[in-house]
Ligand binder design. Structure first.
Ligand code: HSE
Length: 404
């Protein structure tokens, strides 16, 4: 039997404990004797929980117990998660986490500490919730030249956009539901402003390049300005609005960004709704490959953490290697990315803006659904060109159009 501890008994941490209990038989098939949660570290007490007697408040009680081989860090945020993770790894205790904020911030360093101390730092649950994504990417796609990764990697925003489109629901009401369902971050700004999805694509881009692609260097736009009107107009033309994160090969580097996009019904990403996430890889040999599953929630995310805990337990005393150095890799300039754009403007401004943009080659999408506004889509141009041609113009809405 391998002894484990859980740091943080919130949504995901409690899911991990429940899964280790309910699926103990499954776990024991790979970890002889199973994985036992000996301690739960939290500042709170849980008198009504069946696991309440495992709760401790002092991390040293866990770190000084030589039986502990694996920790699950589900505290979230940078601190004290960083300090606690570092201390555990320095003791040779493997750490498995869903904490994408910390993985993006200190992933390379923590992987280095794990290597030095013959233990592992694993973070399958940090990207795509319950989807096995990182290990398949590292183990099964290593031989591929991956030319693009396109993800729907935030469950909360995908849930919000789906409900707004299908039920004409209000943004605030649906966000509250997402919080109640345990999908949203403690501060849901991170979801709706695309910081969460931006961190996730920064992690994938880092794993792809083996260097550190920093969230702070990315262009990131959230969904707060998307209106039911835009969803209706897009729907009339066979599109849905999705918050996509993108990492694509530009020849001399990777463009990495996150923003809402119109996704057409010819794309498999179109059918990814509610809390589901998906990541679409394009490899030069394997072609298109999509992984799909629940991107948030207690049990799906907990399941991915438990998978890592099992791996760490099986490899106790050794390092499970993940290639990610601290050398910073700047993304290719966003201005050089080529996109097509959906625009909504005041009818009085439409002709002027259209002719500045494309000398009349814009496609008109204006309809009753657009109300008082004019809507049109442009041809392909660089982000830089688009910004220059629309500088100072009163644009009511700009959404990129996803093209494979
Ligand atoms: N808030 C995140 C989401 C949780 O909605 O996707 C999973 O990372």
């Amino acid at each position: 039997m391998v002894q484990a501890a859980v740091f943080g008994f919130g949504t995901v941490g409690s899911g991990v404990v429940e899964i280790l209990d309910k699926n103990a038989g499954q776990v024991a098939r790979r970890v002889p004797g199973g994985l036992n949660v000996k301690y739960i570290l939290d500042i709170r007490e849980f008198p009504d929980s069946p696991y309440g007697e495992k709760v401790v408040h002092d991390i040293d009680q866990i770190l000084n117990d030589p039986e502990i081989k694996v920790v699950c860090e589900t505290m979230g945020g940078k601190e004290p998660a960083y300090t606690f993770t570092k201390k555990a790894l320095e003791k040779g205790i493997s750490v498995c986490t869903s904490n994408k904020e910390l993985v993006e911030y200190k992933g390379a360093e923590l992987l280095g500490i794990a290597r030095e101390h013959n233990c592992s730092y694993l973070f399958e649950a940090a990207v795509g919730g319950g989807i096995p994504l990182i290990m398949p990417m590292l183990n099964c796609l290593e031989q591929e030249k991956i030319t693009s990764i396109t993800g729907i990697l935030n469950g909360t925003t995908n849930y919000i956009l789906t409900r707004m489109e299908q039920e004409n629901a209000e943004f605030g009401d649906v966000l509250r539901q997402a919080q109640e369902l345990g999908y949203a971050e403690r501060n849901p700004q991170a979801d709706v402003e695309a910081h969460d999805t931006g961190r996730k694509i920064a992690i994938l881009a880092s794993l792809l390049t083996g260097k550190s692609v920093r969230f702070d260097d990315l262009h990131v736009e959230g969904i707060t300005k998307i209106t039911p009107l835009d969803l209706a107009v897009a729907g009339q033309h066979g599109f849905r609005v999705k918050l996509l994160c993108v990492c694509k090969d530009m020849g001399d580097g990777q463009a990495v960004y996150a923003a809402p996009h119109l996704v057409g019904s010819d794309s498999p990403l179109y059918a990814v709704n509610d809390v589901f996430n998906a990541v679409l890889f394009h490899g030069n040999m394997v072609d298109d490959l999509m992984l799909y599953g629940r991107g948030a929630g207690k049990l799906p995310t907990g399941s991915a953490v438990v998978a890592d805990m099992v791996t760490a337990a099986v490899h106790a005393g050794e390092n499970v290697p993940i290639r990610w150095s601290g050398e910073v890799e700047k993304p290719a300039p966003f201005e050089e990315c080529v996109n097509e754009f959906y625009l909504r403007v005041d009818k009085a401004d439409a002709d002027r803006i259209k002719s500045a943009l494309a000398d009349g080659i814009c496609e008109d999408w204006t309809s009753d659904a657009a109300g008082e506004d004019a809507v049109f889509v442009t041809g392909a141009m660089t982000e830089g060109e688009f910004a220059a041609k629309t500088a100072g113009e009163p644009l009511k809405q700009v959404i990129r159009i996803y093209r494979k």
